[in-house]
Design a protein around this ligand. Structure first.
Ligand code: GDP
Ligand code: IMO
Ligand code: MG
Length: 420
């Protein structure tokens, strides 16, 4: 069975943890989009692992992990992530593969990301993700396969630098980059990553033929999707299920199940509308209890109540079959829990996600109020043992969203997850 795990909100829903949970029944775990803007956390016996480019399946020794063509690769970040994992005694060798068609992030992408942020703030991770995808679409990008061919790489890099240095100088008043320096640096990276570079589309095709179980690990979330998210406050790739096919070469016919991951409340990092965002005191409470600080940049995450309008839209866009709800335990001490079921804007009620950001910015959320369960759920291992009110909350979410909640997470540890 080939399963996609996709973020149903604005990222950081706990996808890494759910991937780790599902990976034990899979043969292959594949990342399909995004880059090292992602930070996927898995906690095993109190030891924390944060994965950025390497699929979260790497923590299971016998799984093949593939970084697909849709992912953008900062080679220095990839190399230091691999080294960091090896230091933590994680086995990485032939179990990791990188698509030769993936695009490469260069220092000018990171600098342009930073400079553009100063002009119009999106609140990006500053990893050069957007500028790298922009080059890919403009057909001037440099792929992993190009990096491995000295002459082709030199030619493409020269052409790119000619243009990028002019932009840096004339538009932003900055110094440009030296060809020699980047060329030498990236040839060194090429030597180090070469052994992982493969025709991953072909390898996946063969795995499908052999009926292997493949898990597709989404990064970011549907509301950060370049097409379906809160544009322009989004990332530069298709984080939703469509990205799986374009980002790996798998056929849509070979996807069997789509699991969405949502927090029991909502968070987002960076700028952009957030209808159910908390005021100061609840914000502080959730940040503290939920440890809501970014796994990549360490920035505090913005927090708010669960928003059914947004997640219902995610269910629709992705065709979700099931939902995993994480961080239920963070609500344990809340006397009252709210669910947003619509927005009221200029006398009109909206139950469907509006493309017009003004409605999201200025609309008044319409809430359903639920009494909290006020007890510790973090040691619970089955749905039937949850407090009645927690069961009621999950059942109500499932009813409003029109999709079954199949997995529940009540803590960051690997074993704090159960199936319904
Ligand atoms: P991802 O990007 O979707 O993989 O999510 P992140 O790793 O960025 O953020 C999720 C954070 O919540 C991590 O620190 C996890 O360890 C933590 N986490 C995941 N599930 C739970 C849960 O059920 N309860 C609590 N308290 N923490 C969780
Ligand atoms: P995971 O996979 C949460 C956000 C950034 C910013 C916007 C654009 O861990 O869920 P970018 O650097 O991608 O151009 O930034 O997207 N963002 C994320 N937010 N989780 C992520 O990944 C994110 N990756 C990017 O904060 O608002
Ligand atoms: Mg994250």
């Amino acid at each position: 069975m080939n399963i996609v795990v996709v973020g149903a909100q604005w990222g950081d829903e706990g996808k890494g943890k759910i991937i780790d949970f599902l990976a034990k029944d899979s043969d292959i775990v594949v990342r399909y989009q995004g880059g090292n803007n992602a930070g996927h956390t898995v906690v095993i016996d109190k030891e924390e692992f944060v994965l950025h480019l390497v699929p979260s399946g790497i923590l299971h020794r016998d799984k093949l992990c593939i970084i697909g063509n849709g992912v953008v690769i900062d080679p220095s970040a990839l190399i230091s992530e691999i080294e960091g994992l090896k230091k933590k005694k994680i086995y990485i060798d032939t179990n990791l593969m990188l698509s030769e068609q993936a695009h490469v992030i260069f220092p000018y992408h990171r600098l342009l990301d930073e400079l553009r942020e100063k002009r119009r703030k999106i609140g990006t991770t500053g990893r050069g993700i957007g500028p790298c995808y922009a080059d890919k679409i403009a057909r001037v990008g440099i792929r992993v396969v190009d990096l491995l061919e000295e002459e082709i790489f030199a030619q493409k890099l020269k052409l790119n630098l000619e243009e990028k240095n002019k932009i840096l100088k004339n538009v932003y008043g900055c110094k440009g980059f030296s060809f020699e320096k980047i060329f030498t640096e990236y040839r060194e990276y090429a030597k180090k990553i070469k052994k992982y570079v493969k025709n991953t589309t072909l390898i996946l095709k063969e795995a499908v033929k052999k009926k292997k179980n493949i898990l597709f690990e989404g990064a970011q979330g549907t509301l950060l999707d370049i097409d379906f998210g809160t544009y322009p406050y989004v990332t530069a790739s298709n984080a939703s299920v469509g990205g799986v096919c374009t980002g790996t070469g798998i056929s849509p016919k070979d996807i069997h199940k789509i699991i969405g991951v949502a927090k029991a409340y909502t968070t987002r990092v960076g700028e952009g509308p957030f209808p159910t965002e908390f005021a100061v005191d609840l914000m502080e409470k959730f940040r503290l209890r939920g440890k809501e600080y970014g796994a990549t940049t360490g920035r505090p995450r913005r927090c708010g109540w669960f928003d059914v309008v947004l997640v219902k839209y995610s269910v629709m866009v992705n065709g979700m079959d099931e939902l995993a709800i994480t961080k239920l335990d963070v609500l344990d001490e809340m006397p009252e829990i709210k669910i947003c079921v619509g927005y009221e804007y200029k006398g009109k009620v909206y139950h469907h996600f509006p493309a017009n950001l003004r409605i999201l910015y200025e609309g008044r959320p319409i809430y359903e109020k639920h009494k909290g369960w006020l007890s510790d759920t973090s040691r619970i291992t089955s749905f039937k043992d949850l407090p009645e009110r927690a069961k009621g909350y999950l059942n109500r979410l499932s009813e409003l969203l029109g999709v079954k909640v199949r997995l529940v997470s009540v803590g960051s540890e690997r074993n704090q997850t159960f199936i319904l």
